[in-house]
Design a protein around this ligand. Sequence first.
Ligand code: URA
Length: 240
Amino acid sequence: MGILRWQRRDRVASPDMSDGARVLADQPQSGNQDAAVTAPVTEAPAQPGSDIATLDWEALRSRVSACTACALHTSRTQTVFGVGNPSADWLVIGEAPGADEDKQGEPFVGRAGQLLNAMLLACGLKREQVYIANILKCRPPNNRDPRPEEVISCEAYLMRQIALIQPKLILAVGRIAAQNLLQCDTPIGKLRGQVHRFRDTGIPLVATYHPAYLLRSPAEKRKAWQDLQLAMRTVDEPPA
Ligand code: URA
């Protein structure tokens, strides 16, 4: 895979660690009554349900797995709910499942997931200690960017996950996650490197580069490590 390790310099000395962290390799109304009778009825898309904010984990998981709120349900193999510790301090949020995740039903299991695991380990965290979820629970075909209507359809699920976990920190990985969570279109390079608040929850949010991007642009790993260090400090010493 080319991903060997992402290490904290202060924990594991390595002759190759010249920077803070490095992965060593890398429906219409009609006035015409006849028309009103004969016009085909356009079904409104099924919506996730207004009771999502009241669901427990099991009910939420089951609602997600049966979801038909957007067109992505027609092309998915399965939904990708999320994985990890339901009482985690860290909630990692990515973009959407890719091909591997769609097959396995778990977020971040492909090559980018391996790098994510290594990044977490560099922070002293095993994958099982954090919770990992995505903006979307279904894979967009050909890994295209999520569409606004898909994000809107899926949002209540993620909001409920956040409310159930009550993490000390949200780590948004990648532009899509960061921009959607922060409801802005600021470039990721400007969103990273600082502590934001997640909407009215007040939960601190740190944005960083997506591991898939880091695989393509290893020179940016240094900045990602700075973001992870900021995330660790934020969990240890939450902002007032
Ligand atoms: N990329 C993401 O953003 N999420 C996944 O689950 C896998 C790859």
